[in-house]
Design a binder for this molecule. Structure first.
Ligand code: AQP
Length: 329
């Protein structure tokens, strides 16, 4: 049965292979069978300081990458989160149902705030806004990487809490987390996830990196001691991470890759991985540039926001009525 699917990515930098494998690839798959809403979550991006020109550019870039990767705006709604004001409104309502302790336990908040002198309150309440993103459509399924699992747990709790206090209304959503590729790690340290805001560009492959940069980044990626290409995340985290990337971009299984490189050293494996990535990303980059120069983005985003708003406004009307807000005439 067709389900409602919701997900989004922050325009907080240049999208990485982690965003692609952990999120976008699954968006493309899910849209064939489900009713999908894919946002560019600009309201989330401003929980850390953004330069206005960079935010504008990154917002267009994420939307164009969605389309270039295969999200079809005829069957999925593609739009900016800030074009649907109900996200922020429901976000506030859910913040009032969220306990401080729940937010304090969030590992993403701990990671992003650690070592900072001043941390914005928006970063703290980010998970309540994310819950609103999902619940405002009564989404059934949320495709995310492993790092978002804890936020989704909170969303489920908030849906249950609202239903308990104000009567059954929200769908309690399920995460959709891929088995391989749910957590692509940094190329310079497999102990950290690959992240677009990492200050070291050598730690990630950006989806728009030119072929030579991709090859160079892979050839310089950290490897473990020893020289066997085997999948063993506990003892060989670096090579296991590269194998996951290889598997996700080639369609081969981890075992097939291990068999193919049995008895060989890392050098040949990394060289071929560079080529696999170039072959995956070059056509996507070509489509991306076509989309950017076509001028079609604005209309697609307007149409997507229109569809999303019609669902979200019905949810807000019902939520506010159940909570005792006076109707607006
Ligand atoms: N390394 C990753 N492996 C698998 N999935 C990942 N995702 C992000 N990094 C990886 C998934 O991409 C989606 C969008 O993420 P986001 O941009 O909203 O926020 P994020 O998780 O904080 O991603 P980044 O790249 O690390 O962004 P910054 O650096 O701005 O914080 C999510 O589904 C996420 O799981």
């Amino acid at each position: 049965m067709a389900k409602k699917v919701l997900s989004g990515i922050q325009p907080s930098g240049s999208l990485t292979l982690g965003n692609y494998i952990g999120a976008i690839k699954n968006f493309v798959k899910l849209q064939q069978e489900h009713e999908c809403f894919f946002m560019v979550v600009d309201l989330h991006a401003i929980t850390v300081a953004q330069d206005p020109a960079a935010l504008r550019e990154n917002s267009q870039s994420v939307a164009a990458l969605y389309l270039a990767a295969g999200i079809d705006p005829k069957i999925s709604s593609v739009y900016m989160q800030s074009h649907v004001p109900q996200h922020a409104e429901l976000g506030w309502i859910l913040t009032t149902l969220t306990a401080m302790g729940e937010l304090e336990r969030m590992t993403q908040f701990k990671d992003k705030s650690s070592g900072k002198d001043s941390v914005g309150a928006g970063l703290f309440v980010y998970p309540s806004l994310m819950a609103a993103d999902i619940l405002v459509y009564n989404a059934d399924l949320v495709p995310v990487g492993e790092d978002q699992k804890q936020h989704l747990e909170l969303t489920r709790d908030l849906a249950g809490r609202f239903n308990h206090r104000f009567g059954d209304f929200f769908t309690v959503p399920d995460p959709y987390i891929p088995e391989v590729g749910a957590r692509i790690m940094s190329l310079d340290d497999a102990g950290k996830k690959m992240s677009k805001s990492n200050p070291n560009p050598g730690s990630y492959i950006a989806l728009l990196d030119p072929p030579d940069v991709i090859r160079k980044k892979i050839s310089r990626a950290t490897t473990d001691s020893g020289r066997e290409v085997v999948y063993d995340p506990a003892n060989k985290p670096e090579i296991s991470n590269l194998m996951s990337i290889y598997a996700e971009c080639s369609g081969l299984s981890l075992q097939q890759i291990a068999d193919q490189y049995e008895g060989q050293m890392y050098g040949g494996f990394k060289k071929n991985l560079g080529e696999v990535l170039v072959a995956t990303l070059e056509p996507l980059q070509q489509r991306y540039h076509e989309i950017r120069s076509s001028g079609m983005l604005e209309d697609i985003l307007a149409e997507g926001a229109e569809r999303a708003r019609s669902v979200a406004s019905q949810t807000l009307t019902e939520v506010k009525e159940r909570m005792g807000f006076l109707p607006y005439r």
